[in-house]
Design a protein around this ligand. Structure first.
Ligand SMILES: [Zn+2]
Length: 198
């Protein structure tokens, strides 16, 4: 409540015309699937205002095929809001990817099933080599897993007809990004096919 008060009196009051305009509706220019991680906040890392990014966040920025939650997000964003840029964004130091690579699920009931949708990325990285014991090398290996997971989830996205159709028609660019927490910079993993103009 204190934070909200500070927002109302600060950013909101300063930019009141912009916020009043948002009452008429949203017109975001990008859609983003990111991780729930509290340290990775797309609007902050992209310096975006409310109304600019249509966001879905979950554990590990995972796109399970046939998921109703993500499917609804995609259908609404692509068909109704007509957003032409769709991003999957992974990040450095992802706890979900650490849990996946450790293979330990303890008493968890739901997490292992969710993470299973990233397992192909783990298999791919493990084929190149097991996780090193040296901490610095292990971090690099972990980062490779996080990046392979983004690539895998881009593939999973294309199992949704609404994504495939829009991409094939050149109405949607599907992009893979990686947020490197240690530098705060976004890296392009896959730039996607450019939009068709006209
Ligand atoms: Zn994460």
């Amino acid at each position: 409540m204190e934070g909200n008060q500070a927002f109302v009196e600060g950013d909101y009051a300063k930019d009141i015309d912009y916020y009043k305009e948002l009452l008429k509706g949203q017109n975001p220019h990008a859609m983003l699937i990111g991780c729930c991680d509290s340290r990775v906040v797309p609007e902050i890392t992209c310096h975006a205002k409310p109304g600019e990014i249509f966001v879905h966040r979950n554990i590990g920025n995972i796109v399970p095929p046939g998921d109703w939650n993500i499917g609804t997000f995609l259908e609404y964003g692509i068909r109704h809001l007509k957003v032409n840029t769709l991003v999957v964004c992974g990040h450095e130091e992802c706890g979900a990817m650490k849990a996946l690579s450790s293979g330990e699920s303890g008493d968890d009931v739901l997490i292992p099933g969710w993470l299973s949708h990233a397992h192909t990325a783990l298999e791919l990285v493990e084929k190149r080599g097991k996780k090193p014991s040296d901490p610095e090398e292990a971090r690099k290996w972990q980062s490779e897993l996080e990046i392979e997971n983004v690539k895998l989830q881009l593939k999973n996205l294309r199992t949704y007809p609404v994504v495939r159709e829009a991409e094939d028609a050149g109405r949607l660019q599907v992009i893979g990004l990686y947020y490197r927490m240690s530098t705060a910079k976004l890296e392009v993993i896959d730039p996607g096919k450019p939009l068709k103009t006209g």
